[in-house]
Design a protein around this ligand. Structure first.
Ligand code: FAD
Ligand code: SF4
Length: 338
């Protein structure tokens, strides 16, 4: 039996102090990932800090038109919120492509972007895993790696980040607010998750004691000409093998702005602003989208079982850009790749 203490702080400062006091302590929000991690013996928190007593459930648009999402607002409340559906439909679409209705009712926004990888070896304590036990090796590198990374990986870890919401947030230039013993700070979404490098045990750039309190999404939510294309083994209740959050702003038939973030291919949502910049001013047509896909896939490598992603990802990018170009709405059911 796993024994742990339970605390339910009433302020963020109390929660941060509890995190610092016990280095093994873990936050619980919706619990849809943490409880599994505890059941599989991936993590053994000495203290479980239940943050559900904190006032972090707000969903609102502020005076500057920025969408403000509380860390404890559920994925369902966020995705179905009328302001989110009308102003940030790409975000809503990505969130509704995730998990199941039951899970989305429990899962929180903070917990979603902080969920751990779904690498099989990470969840099996009898196997080596540098993310779970630093220095033990990577079971996936020469093992069953069908769901693993093709971009930005290291010899220490080839895991991918599993969140759909995070892919849309990356494309929409979101900002994460965290609060800890040193106060509050904002982290641009691009800088929030990390590539594995030689510290695959670290998923993100938060400091010990910090808690996600909010996620802000700028006013430009790409109300039209966007898509979230998610390719997976089943049409529902499955993680992405490859996903694409794409948004285009057109001037006539010319690309005035382009945002593309990929899920299922790297340790963090994969976005290259330098590549996007090169395509501003180009005609919005299939040859341009194919050239963009090739450029975004630069450096991609397979590891055996996941070699199929080297073909699937560029096709998905082209398909997503064609859907975004054609405009919205798009039915999730017709998002096939030919
Ligand atoms: C069967 C299944 C299928 C799924 N399919 C998908 C899918 O297709 N796409 C997808 O995106 N997700 C999917 N998920 C994952 C699901 O979306 C996440 O489990 C959920 O979003 C996590 O949110 P939570 O509030 O339950 O987090 P919790 O389980 O409570 O916490 C997750 C992690 O975040 C930490 N944490 C939580 N909140 C905070 C905070 N505010 N500050 C600091 N740390 C915090 C916890 O300590 C823990 O490490 C699936 C899950 C299951 C079980
Ligand atoms: S890919 Fe990463 S999470 Fe998976 S076994 Fe290797 S080190 Fe662990």
């Amino acid at each position: 039996m796993m024994r742990f203490s339970y605390s339910r702080p009433q302020t963020v400062a109390q929660a941060a102090a509890s995190l610092v006091a016990d280095p093994s302590a873990q936050i619980i929000a919706g619990g849809t990932n943490l409880v599994d991690l505890m059941k599989y013996d991936v993590t053994r928190p000495g203290t479980v800090i239940d943050i559900n007593g904190l006032d972090l459930r707000d969903i609102r648009v502020d005076g500057e038109g920025t969408l403000q999402l509380g860390a404890l607002a559920t994925n369902a409340d966020t995705a179905y919120h009328p302001e989110v559906q009308s102003g940030w439909p790409l975000l809503s679409s990505a969130m509704l492509a995730a998990a199941s209705p039951q899970l989305r009712n429990a899962a929180t926004n903070g917990g979603n972007i902080l969920q751990r990888t779904r690498c099989y070896y990470f969840y099996d304590p009898s196997t080596p895993c540098n993310k779970r036990r630093p220095g033990s090796g990577c079971g996936a590198l020469h093992g069953v790696n069908r769901i693993h990374a093709i971009l930005g990986e290291s010899a220490n870890c080839i895991a991918v980040h599993p969140s759909d919401m995070a892919v849309a947030l990356a494309a929409l230039d979101a900002v994460v607010t965290v609060e800890g013993p040193a106060g509050e700070r904002q982290i641009p979404f691009d800088d929030f998750h990390r590539l594995p490098g030689d510290r695959p045990d670290l998923d993100n750039t938060m400091e010990r004691g910090e808690i996600v309190t909010a996620i802000s999404v700028p006013a430009n939510g790409f109300g039209s000409h966007h898509t979230y294309l998610k390719l997976r083994d089943r049409q529902s209740y499955a993680f992405a093998l490859v996903s694409v959050a794409a948004a285009i702003r057109l001037e006539g038939e010319t690309i005035a702005e382009l945002r593309v973030a990929l899920g299922g291919v790297a340790h963090k949502p994969w976005r290259r602003k330098d590549v996007e910049a090169e395509f501003i001013g180009r005609p919005a047509n299939r040859p341009t989208f194919e050239a963009f896909a090739q450029a975004l896939m630069e450096g991609a490598t397979g590891h055996g079982h996941n070699d199929f992603k080297l073909d699937l990802a560029p096709r998905a990018i082209v398909r997503a850009l064609e859907q975004a170009h054609a405009g919205t709405p798009q039915n999730q059911a017709v998002k096939v790749v030919f």
